[in-house]
Write a protein that binds this ligand. Sequence first.
Ligand code: F6R
Length: 236
Amino acid sequence: MRIIVAENYQEFSRWAAHFVAGLVRGKPNCVLGLPTGSTPVGMYSEIVRMHQQGLDLQDVQTYNLDEYVGLSPAHPESYHYFMRQHLFNHVNVNSEQIHIPNGMAQDLKLECEQYEERIQNAGGMDLMILGLGPNGHIGFNEPDSQLGTKTHVVYLTPETIQANARFFPNVGQVPRQAVTMGVGSIMQAKEILLLVSGEAKRDVLRKALLGEVTTAVPASILQLHPHLVVVTDFAV
Ligand code: F6R
């Protein structure tokens, strides 16, 4: 495990973007797993800036980690919308190579199976970029006695619903379910980049990196990954 401690959010975002760009330059058709949330916003804007200066993303394939159930891609809080707003509208990733779970699918079980199959057909991710939930979740793999390994539907915990309420008019409008990659899909990536910004996450990050590996802190499973890079903007 490598831990990079950046001075501030700007440096943190730049470091992450340069890490991603390094991979893309070395392997233009790489497969990236992507997160949403507040944490990666600066990284995405730095990738957009690098694209404007010549970084070519045309052959990259992307797989987003998760999507809310019941929000259409046009909903401003859907992860489809987030990704267009922060990245895809501004770079040249081929639209056919962008994959985000469909939270509006009639048959969610089938959607999960097909999403997982697409990941497997792509050979898994070269780089999986993750944020860290305040309760230790990765993707929407919430603390539980068991963790789903493949892409599956989850019920969000009250803590996650509360944490994500900041993006919605009120807590009642936060979807209760999501489709998420499972920990198996995540751990299969050749490399993992965990982005953690803000001292409020110090305790949960310490539990994840230094505590026991337990389903009660889903991110702790990342300790078992041979190529984990953690970037923070605070001293761990
Ligand atoms: C988002 C995701 C979540 C977030 C986590 C942190 O696609 O899968 O696990 O990464 O909830 O969110 P922020 O960055 O908003 O603190």
